[in-house]
Design a protein around this ligand. Structure first.
Ligand code: MLT
Length: 249
């Protein structure tokens, strides 16, 4: 069973954190959402207070863990919003549990799989983290994600709090994930929000444009001078975009 936070009232909206964070990542967004949405905010397997399962992690088994959590909470359908790796998991969830979705929020994420050099880099990073822990990652990753020093400190602390074996397992899981381009046309039947930063080093602009072309109905919140953490730097506008894809009460 995953650890989770439940907050607010309204349309069920599940928020999936990215790599290598936990449910606290969403704290700054809660005040903008909790009067309209019933927020379900899990720790992914191995992260925060959720145990790391015995079997290797994959986007698919993490998506299934989220579906089981919804079963336990007796929630049939949700708006699902994922940040970065959380978006990769949201794609896997859509592939496996499409009928449980009211809508999809894709935050600083994309549908591509890793190219071979990226896979090799992830394998090396996973080995290094298993040996030496998360100190280096907590120093090197935050400036790549946002230019804002306060948010850098916030996410560095979240990284330091994670378990090295879970972070290594998630790197390996991302390296073997499936691309989701084939899903995009089906997703065009759903309300979708695309929330992103124009200066996100992790998402090539052509990938973003490709998603947009396939999802002409999407609500867009794209912020200039913004990196990989748009929901932290622009919580109010990000929340607005998510509320726009919630079915009316
Ligand atoms: C994330 O922010 O969840 C990850 O950095 C995404 C990735 O490494 O592909």
């Amino acid at each position: 069973m995953l650890a989770y936070l439940l907050e607010g009232q309204g349309t069920p909206l599940m928020l999936i954190h990215g790599f290598p964070f936990d449910k606290r990542l969403w704290q700054p967004l809660i005040p903008y959402l909790h009067t309209d949405c019933r927020l379900i905010i899990p720790d992914l397997p191995g992260f925060g207070q959720s145990p790391l399962p015995d079997q290797p992690l994959s986007m698919e088994n993490m998506a299934d863990a989220l579906a089981s959590l919804l079963d336990d909470l007796q929630i049939d359908k949700v708006v699902l919003a994922g940040h970065s790796m959380g978006g990769y998991i949201a794609f896997a969830f859509a592939r496996r549990h499409f009928d449980r979705l009211f809508g999809l929020g894709l935050i600083a994420t994309h549908p591509a799989a890793d190219a071979p050099p990226k896979r090799a880099q992830r394998a090396q990073q996973a080995a290094e983290i298993s040996l030496h822990g998360l100190d280096k990652l907590s120093r090197e990753m935050p400036p790549l994600l946002t230019a804002d020093p306060a948010w850098q400190n916030f996410i560095a602390e979240l990284i330091r709090d994670q378990k090295a074996d879970a972070v290594a397992a998630a790197l390996k899981a991302m390296a073997i994930r499936q691309a989701a381009f084939d899903l995009l046309d089906d997703l065009a039947a759903l309300p979708v929000a695309l929330i992103s930063g124009e200066q996100d080093n992790l998402i090539p602009p052509e990938l973003y444009q490709r998603m947009r072309r396939h999802l002409p109905q999407a609500v867009e919140a794209r912020f200039p001078k913004t990196g990989h953490m748009p929901m932290l730097t622009h919580p109010q506008e990000s929340a607005q975009a998510l509320k726009a894809i919630c079915p009316s009460k």
